[in-house]
Design a protein around this ligand. Structure first.
Ligand SMILES: Cc1ncc(COP(=O)(O)O)c(C=O)c1O
Length: 479
């Protein structure tokens, strides 16, 4: 039983938990709390079950009192760091004034102010926001909006979506249909996934889908827009509703400068809605407010989620451009209203968290800090990790604070360690990294996406920990 801390309304919050309390919580957690993406065998293994109890800035603490650098900003979202009291008090004020209003009938003051703020921050004429509860929902909405836009514009045959192979876009049906096949569970969900979606290979030179060995971004990356155009022509342009992609592909390799302008031009030529999935890259992650700004291209619709509230409360949304907003405004009949409604869209307390979060990001120059610290992180990773460790195959990143380090058993052949993310090497490395006080996703690749408040000193600590942990894993397994 957890003894209540009577000083707190949230009575379970305490500085210390006894051994009995920890053991009891672990058991209840295993019995009742469904841990995402994990098998029970891994959770019950020694060190397999972790309960986090506290966060502050770039750090988090587990229930045993261990302190970690949060090198993934939670899950790409604590961009302002943990425990920001300003967001908490703004939300508390809104919650004790008006916590909820039915977005199917009314607006709210923070909802209107947030959508106005987004239209100012977003590139080009991205102007009208639709809010929901999370990223997968945002992708569902973007796909439906693109489809309905085509329909009310008289393009009723434009129903298919094209996406990039290997990309994650969320876990519900629509995102699964445009997302990585590897995340669909060995075909068991196939009958649930809407058909008519096509995938094109991504610009990823380290493992070039077209077999180029020279890793010249100009020659390799630009095969991807060519392949996209071939697919469009082969399928018939009059059947394609939208192309959806993240600003940078899985693996965090920065595409060639010409890549996005070429994609934009193809979408314009064939009247295809360009959807940028900004769920990770949005809100400063790449050192600009939105990822697509790095490439000088404005999408027609962008999805947002995660760091829009700094992870303080759940949010998702899409921002559509003027052309799409106008098409809906000028349409007549029963199809003129966008056919989507969600109970939590525009929740005033959530809108408040987002508004306050954006205010803090602007005031504290966090986008600029992401740009500068991102360069430092990339330089340190190249100088220390790539230079010293044969198992470091590829360091993806260099724009802002998003990095993916691909680990291989053999640099020449690019052969991964056996077992991939479930293999012994991955498990050994994960335990080492965690043991040295770094919270991140580490398996056959290591993801780094720390809070945008990070300093050079904390980056040095991250690199030191990785240097040590990778070195020990290489000694154990060869590399
Ligand atoms: C690019 C991208 N799109 C969509 C999603 C889904 O967002 P959520 O987990 O909030 O449903 C994610 C989640 O990580 C993502 O990375």
């Amino acid at each position: 039983m957890v003894t209540p801390n009577n000083e707190n309304s949230a009575w379970w919050i305490k500085d210390d938990y006894s051994r009995e309390e920890i053991d009891q919580l672990v058991q209840w957690g295993l019995d009742h709390f469904w841990t995402q993406n994990h098998q029970m065998a891994d959770l019950v293994a020694p060190g397999g079950y972790n309960i986090m109890v506290k966060g502050d800035g770039c750090y988090v603490w587990d229930i045993e009192g261990n302190k970690y650098i949060d090198a993934m900003a939670g899950l790409f979202l604590k961009n302002i760091g943990h425990n920001n009291p300003e967001v908490a008090s703004a939300v508390a004020e809104q919650m004790t004034t008006l916590a909820y209003t039915n977005s199917g009938a009314y607006s709210s003051v923070p909802g209107i102010l947030l959508s106005k703020k987004l239209s100012e921050l977003a590139p080009g004429d991205l102007t009208r926001s639709f809010f929901c509860g999370g990223g997968s929902e945002a992708v569902e909405i973007a796909l439906k909006m693109a489809r309905q836009y085509q329909h009310i514009s008289g393009n009723t045959g434009k129903t298919k979506f094209i996406s990039r192979r290997g990309q994650y876009h969320g876990s519900t049906r629509g995102p699964m249909s445009v997302g990585s096949a590897g995340r669909r569970g060995a075909g068991m969900f196939d009958s649930m996934i809407p058909g008519g979606n096509i995938q094109v290979d991504p610009p990823y030179c380290y493992r070039c889908p077209w077999g180029f060995e020279d890793r010249d971004r100009g020659t390799c990356c630009m095969q991807s827009p060519r392949a996209l155009e071939n697919i469009i022509k082969g399928e018939d342009p009059n059947t394609i509703a939208a192309f959806i992609a993240t600003p940078i592909p899985n693996g965090a390799q920065i595409p060639a400068d010409e890549y996005w302008p070429a994609i934009r031009e193809i979408c314009d030529r064939y009247d295809i809605v360009l959807i940028a999935d900004e769920i990770i890259c949005g809100f400063g992650r790449l050192g600009t407010w939105f990822g697509m700004e790095r490439f000088g291209v404005t999408p027609d619709i962008m999805t947002v989620a995660k760091a829009l509230t700094g992870g303080e409360l759940p949010i998702g949304g899409v921002v559509a451009n003027q052309k799409i907003a106008d098409a809906f405004d000028n349409a007549e009949g029963s199809d003129s209203a966008f056919q989507h409604g969600v109970t939590y869209g525009g929740h005033p307390a959530v809108m408040t968290a987002a508004l306050k979060n954006l205010e803090i990001m602007e005031r504290d120059n966090l986008v600029e800090n992401s740009d500068q610290m991102g360069q430092y992180l990339y330089d340190r990773a190249m100088a220390v990790l790539q230079e010293n460790h044969p198992s470091v195959g590829f360091v993806g990143g260099g724009l802002g604070l998003l990095m993916s380090i691909e680990l291989v058993q053999d640099r020449k052949t690019k052969e991964p360690y056996p077992g991939g993310p479930q293999g012994d090497f991955a498990k050994y490395l994960t335990n080492k990294i965690r043991g040295y006080g770094l919270a991140t996703r580490a398996a056959d690749s290591i993801t780094l996406s720390p809070p945008l408040t990070i300093t050079k000193e904390i980056i040095d600590d991250i690199i030191d920990i990785l240097d040590r942990a990778i070195g020990e894993a290489e000694q154990e397994f060869g590399g």
